[in-house]
Write a protein that binds this ligand. Structure first.
Ligand code: ZN
Length: 307
């Protein structure tokens, strides 16, 4: 088969369906894995009762009590069965039925099951086939847009990380470093290797995001005593700067804020937003970045009247 075939929208669309299937696992499991990891870390800190008492927040006796509770938590965590992206195998959360290979097929598996577990008939969220379809269409669109060359795979990976990060952020309002920081480093390396954009644009993209958003967030916190923007959003924007260049930071933030505000107001009005919760910003930053990726720097600059 000619090399071009492997970079065709059809081939990459199929690859996207499979990657989407993996992203479903990541979106479902990563937040749980992180909570386990953070609980372990927090408990380990609490077990050093002398240091905890030295903060002056609690008495030595109270610190000892906390340390005992923390040790119980550590013992409990150590007894849990292994849980990562590969172990255990995919199963129905309601009845534990392990998915057969054909039930695990992207989109088709869900359609064939008509959206219900084959063992207990509990409905399976439509999010699973939707994430697969979204990833598949995005990969196909990138293949069509970038053309049959290795660079296509690079931008597919970029899009896949953004999708996973968006869904995790939407569901948990967590934007884990494993997405944002790795995407940032990868963007800088890709630029340094001459695969994406001039290294200077990428570097200032990272620094600009950290200074601008990080600065605004710190100032907001100082003025209002509350977090203006979560550091996860700042790290995500830094990653986007590494891939798309400092010139695209402002357009991305503007577009994300505008769409995010409309969605936030809509959700408040319809009661879809629970009390005390906020609309995560990450998915809108990611969406704006994908628009910028497809439109290209020149067109975005023209839209803004900068060029
Ligand atoms: Zn079931």
């Amino acid at each position: 088969m000619p090399m071009e075939w492997w970079y065709s929208p059809w081939a990459l669309g199929l690859l996207g369906l499979c990657v989407g299937s993996f992203l479903n696992v990541v979106v479902h499991r990563l937040p749980k894995m992180l909570v386990r990891q953070w609980s372990t870390e927090a408990a380990e800190i609490l077990t050093s009762h002398e240091e905890v008492a030295a903060t002056g927040a609690v008495s030595a006796t109270e610190a000892q009590g906390l340390a005992n509770r923390a040790q119980a938590l550590l013992d409990g965590l150590a007894k849990l069965p292994r849980y990562n992206l590969w172990i255990p195998r995919s199963a129905c959360p309601a009845c534990g039925h392990q998915l057969a290979w054909h039930e695990n097929l992207p989109v088709l598996g869900w359609l064939r099951l008509r959206g219900r577990c084959s063992a207990c008939a509990t409905p399976i969220s439509a999010r699973y086939p939707l994430v697969e379809l979204a990833t598949g269409s995005l990969f196909a669109a990138i293949a069509w847009h970038v053309g049959p060359e290795p660079k296509t795979l690079l931008w597919c990976a970029f899009a896949a990380v953004l999708l996973a990060a968006s869904f995790v952020d939407w569901e948990t309002t967590l934007l884990p470093d494993v997405f944002t920081l790795n995407l940032m480093w990868a963007g800088l390396v890709a630029a340094a290797l001459g695969w994406t954009l001039p290294l200077n644009d990428a570097l200032w993209g990272v620094v600009g995001a950290a200074l601008a958003l990080g600065g605004i967030s710190k100032a907001w916190k100082w003025l209002r005593g509350m977090e203006g923007m979560a550091m996860g959003d700042v790290k995500l924007l830094a990653a986007l700067g590494a891939w798309l260049g400092w010139q695209m930071l402002l357009p991305i933030v503007l577009a994300a804020s505008a769409i995010g505000a409309v969605v936030g107001i809509g959700m408040k009005a319809t009661g879809a937003l629970r009390e005390g919760r906020y609309v995560p910003f990450g998915p809108f930053l990611a969406g704006a970045a994908l628009v910028v990726m497809f439109a290209g720097k020149e067109r975005v600059m023209a839209w803004l009247g900068w060029a």
